[in-house]
Design a binder for this molecule. Structure first.
Ligand code: GLU
Length: 280
């Protein structure tokens, strides 16, 4: 299969230097081998994504000098695909409804406290029917116990890491989904969540190399399990380091990192930005 990689931003804000570094890393890797470069808009979370951010992303990437395949896949146009993938898991008893609220789970109270991975199971049928009848909100969670059984254990699950994880993990990595617990695959307000959509699309678009920041290394472990459960191929992974700003911290939307748009308005040229990041 021809080398293919992608940049898969969620249009929840304007791009900053960290995104530029990530997308250039992927783009240049594809260009070096005459491979494909795919841009995918990951906008399933309608509560946070905005069309004006999508437009800004396309503008910024063109300014950077990138070219990508068209048409661009926009995940919100394909929700039925992800729903069908979820249905497959549901029919096989691999997911269950979880009615716990953020408060029940203590989410948001102590953001820096280590989160204990959540594991649970379906409620007794009667209680579940009652809650549904009362219109209670729920999320679909992947049951790791059921997944383990379906796959005959996780020991044979691995992925090739050509970059490195945050602790320098590289080479053939054995998937350790246990550290993530029973992840949420679909939320009532959002429909299908990131992990399911991303493995579906990476396979659909024949992505051979997933090149992305090391902050997503942990997600790979769970994505590897989903690939196995859905019979999808596993791409090679190249997680890259995160770009560090002058304050010693990684660039992030929430820290109000200077956006590419602002840098452009200040007169920075794409050539200068590329050079600053070590691209010729
Ligand atoms: N859409 C994800 C994000 O913007 C990235 C997905 C990926 O590269 O796998 O954080």
């Amino acid at each position: 299969m021809v080398f293919a990689t992608r940049f898969a931003p969620s249009p929840t804000g304007l791009l900053h230097r960290g995104h530029a570094f990530s997308t250039l890393t992927a783009f240049e890797a594809a260009r070096a081998v005459g491979g494909r470069f795919v841009l995918r808009i990951e906008d399933i979370d309608a509560t946070r994504c905005r069309p004006e951010y999508e437009a800004a992303i396309l503008e910024d990437l063109a300014w950077l000098g990138l070219e990508w395949e068209r048409p661009v896949r926009r995940q919100s146009d394909h929700l039925a695909d992800y729903q069908a993938a979820l249905d497959i898991l549901r029919e096989r008893g691999l997911v269950y409804r979880c009615f716990k609220t953020r408060k029940d789970l203590d989410i948001g109270r102590a953001p820096h406290a280590p989160q204990t991975p959540f594991t649970g199971a379906a409620l007794p049928a009667r209680e579940e029917a009652d809650r549904l009848a009362h219109g209670e909100a729920f999320a679909w969670r992947l049951s790791l116990a059921a997944a383990r059984e379906a796959l005959g254990g996780f020991d044979g699950l691995d992925f090739a890491e050509e970059g490195a994880g945050p602790a320098g993990e590289t080479g053939l990595i054995t998937a350790r989904p246990e550290t993530a617990g029973d992840i949420v695959l679909a939320r009532k307000d959002v429909g299908v969540a990131y992990h399911l959509a991303v493995v579906f699309d990476d396979a659909l678009q024949d992505i051979t190399h997933v090149i992305r920041g090391e902050d997503l290394f942990a997600a790979t472990h769970i994505q590897r399990v989903l690939q196995a459960l859905l019979g999808l191929p596993t791409p090679t992974y190249r997680h890259h380091r995160l770009l560090i700003g002058p304050d010693g911290k990684r660039y992030a939307k929430r820290d109000k990192a200077q956006t590419l748009r602002e840098l452009r308005a200040d007169g920075l040229t794409p050539q200068a930005l590329r050079a600053e990041m070590g691209f010729a």
